[in-house]
Design a protein around this ligand. Structure first.
Ligand SMILES: Cc1cc2nc3c(=O)[nH]c(=O)nc-3n(C[C@H](O)[C@H](O)[C@H](O)COP(=O)(O)OP(=O)(O)OC[C@H]3O[C@@H](n4cnc5c(N)ncnc54)[C@H](O)[C@@H]3O)c2cc1C
Length: 373
């Protein structure tokens, strides 16, 4: 059983750009018009490269336009878990890069609100894990505070925030269109080989290709099968509930459940993937009755919201299977890809895509730094 996809953020109309109708030549073809691909395009065009963008759907058609709007520093793993795998120096360097990315976002994106974020423990064991996280973050000089409030007890990370994800990608796309960069929507890529992309049945001959697709990346580049795996994440959103007051976005149950109260009082909440992991793998994006019911239970029982539900949706992301870090690198000669943000790609995705663009601009593709060393 499934229900219709109706994304909370998708309220304003969008005038789609053209679909690809003939053969093109360019320096760089960027596949995916989410925040990552649009960041790469922005950076490439600012540095004088002839780059074009293509997307199977519209701008922000994927997770970049339909996510929870959390801006959380760090990679998907909590900092102490990242340190266990990467060591203090590498994990802290990545964390600090995402802090810089928050600063950049705050200066560029009007919808960004620096509200901090909470990690709330579901039980005593998780609270002990919160204490371990706090100790590691403090040892590495990262901002974190103990928190106790109506949400429960856990941690407050004061540097985090929220934003309106679809507005952001649409703003980026409008700016690119304004500066003459061609964005082709409704142009699915069906074939990639070195220096050639086929989209909507037309050839794009390019010196380089950047595949900036998180969910479904291994479907476009089967070479990444076994390294990344696509899964669906689901959310719902309510009408305003003025009886509630959640100033901070909340991560609960190790981040499997998450919600934020928006400025109009409505709640946007997602999660339940821990209970339905097996059925969520794959490239389907429609919301399902069982996951939606589990999210609704959390909404009513834990969040305490009684307002009616107005939106239900799902979208694809990719999880990295063999590393706590995302995938950033070369897949075929002249073909670069980034993805596998494991559920939190708002900051890391733009960082990875900008790293690839920078490497192409500076001719230092051999040393895309920070992600694998
Ligand atoms: C419900 C949900 C909640 C989330 N909440 C958060 C959160 O609160 N904070 C956070 O940091 N992260 C969150 N994420 C993850 C985050 O949204 C993603 O990691 C991030 O948006 C990825 O952006 P992207 O631009 O790299 O890729 P995507 O947004 O996946 O964009 C890829 C684009 O590629 C296009 N595409 C796919 N296949 C093809 C093809 N064959 N040809 C051409 N184009 C193609 C798609 O149409 C899409 O527009 C959430 C994800 C979901 C689904």
């Amino acid at each position: 059983m499934y229900v219709q996809n109706d994304v909370l953020w998708n309220k304003k109309p969008w005038v789609a750009g053209p679909s690809l109708q003939n053969e093109l030549r360019c320096d760089v073809c960027v596949i995916g018009l989410g925040a990552s691909g649009l960041t790469a395009l922005t950076y490439l065009s600012e540095h004088g490269m002839n780059a074009i963008g293509v997307d199977a759907g519209m701008v922000g058609a994927g997770a970049a336009g339909s996510n929870g709007g959390f801006i959380l520093a760090g990679i998907a793993a909590f900092h102490h878990d990242a340190v266990d795998v990467l060591g203090h120096a590498r994990a802290t360097r990545l964390y600090k890069r995402t802090l810089d990315e928050i600063q950049r976002l705050a200066s560029e994106e009007p919808s960004f609100e620096k509200r901090g974020s909470l990690r709330i423990a579901k039980d005593d064991d998780e609270y002990l894990d919160c204490l371990r996280q706090r100790a590691t973050m403090q040892a590495d000089g990262l901002s974190v505070e103990l928190y106790e409030g109506t949400e429960g007890r856990g941690l407050l990370v004061p540097t985090d925030g929220v934003f309106q994800p679809l507005e952001r990608v649409r703003r980026m796309a409008m700016a690119l269109r304004g500066s003459g960069v061609s964005l082709y929507e409704r142009s699915a890529v069906t074939h990639i080989e070195p220096q050639l992309v086929v989209a909507n049945g037309n050839r794009i001959v390019c010196r380089h290709t950047i595949v900036a697709v998180d969910g479904k990346l291994e479907y476009i580049l089967p070479q990444l099968t076994g390294i990344l795996k696509t899964t669906r994440l689901q959310m719902l959103a309510t009408a305003p509930d003025c009886t509630l007051h959640y100033p901070h976005p909340v991560y609960y149950n190790y981040g499997y459940d998450y919600w934020q109260q928006r400025q109009d009082g409505s709640i946007a909440i997602g999660g339940a993937r821990d209970k339905y992991e097996a059925t969520e793998w794959g490239n389907a994006t429609y919301p399902t009755l069982d996951v939606q019911s589990a999210i609704e239970f959390r909404l009513r029982e834990t969040v305490g919201c009684t307002a009616p539900i107005l939106h239900r949706w799902g979208a694809s992301v990719a999880y990295r299977l063999d590393d706590v870090r995302p995938f950033v690198g070369q897949v075929l000669p002249s073909v670069w890809a980034c993805g596998g943000y494991s559920g939190t790609g708002n900051l890391v995705g733009t960082l990875c895509a900008r790293d690839i663009a920078t490497a192409l601009i500076t001719g230092t593709q051999h040393s895309i730094t920070g992600w694998h060393d």
